[in-house]
Design a protein. Sequence first.
Lengths: 272, 110
Amino acid sequence: MRHKTLEEQVLRRHDEPTLPPLRLPAAHCHVLPGVRWGRHDCLFTPAYWAAQAWHHAAELTAAPLRLGRTLVEEVAACLLGGHGTPAEIGLAAFESVRRAGLLVSAPASAADVEAVLARPLLICGRTVRYRFARQRAIYLASALSRLSRNSIDSSSHRRFRDELTSIHGIGLKTASWITRNWLDSDEVAVLDVHVLRAGCIMGLFPHSARIDRDYLELEDAYISFARAISVRASRLDALIWRQMRFAGILGIRAAARALKRSTESDMLPAAA
Amino acid sequence: MSGGGNYGGDGGGGGQEDLKCEDLRFHTSLNSPDPDIVTKLALKEVLKLEQRKEGGPLLAITRSKKVAGSIAGSLLLRLLRCIEEGHEYEAVVVKITGGNVEVEVHHKGE
């Protein structure tokens, strides 16, 4: 019998039998140099992500990514949901600031923002405190001030993103996040620990990669990957983030296995 | 761990998180069904679900320990998370059409 990895992978939607099947190359084929498709029925391979994007296509295309009704709100939502802040808390803090009226008319001061962020948040019946209230208040006030002075040219998504990074407290990741959401952009990547892990598991990113140091190179690799599997980059990183976050220990173990494979192949003697 | 944010609206293709493991039940077609094994399957036959290799496919195994196919699809991650948490599942053959085998995956002990 032909080995499974040599066969084209054909996926059918059980709930939609009339939908044309998704055809993916055989598992052993390369999707990009050095990165094989893998099996779609194995977690976190390129074929898996292509399959998941296909399975969830309706949700991915229908749901807008914007968190805010204006660019100011979008910047606030992403700034407040940054590193170290669980998604639910970031969103609750954003709602709190929005309801307090700090994102309309004259730019709010850092003190005003901090006063709102310091209030306890009620999430799923629990009272939690927003961490980094003072620091994020300073960043948000800075962003509000900047946005009130000039608009940002959005004709080039990458330039829009780069302009956002000139705002104190907004780095590449947050700027990319804002850009992706606000402009529905496929020209930037929102790279965080979850997407990084997924990339390392696939062999798309080197295991030594660091987001803070290698963001632009990783972004280029990620966007090439999205194009190679014919999935919009903007939807793919949201899908990967959500699933890798949910995967928890399964993702951590997959990354450890991938690192082990990579280390073992590095140790193989070079061919004579 | 938050890993920072990457969320956007309701996008992200998921919704798996809300499903309780005990309630996880769905119909799907066996992926890559083995034609030689399929000819011997019977309706209502119970297939064991097993991952023989960490990170490998979730295989549907007959009583005679033959691999009938694997489980794939939109709920694969949820299923594997539940199995990781100690829940067990089986796949019951509900329809065989040509080489296609439809199964119902459900929590064992139902």
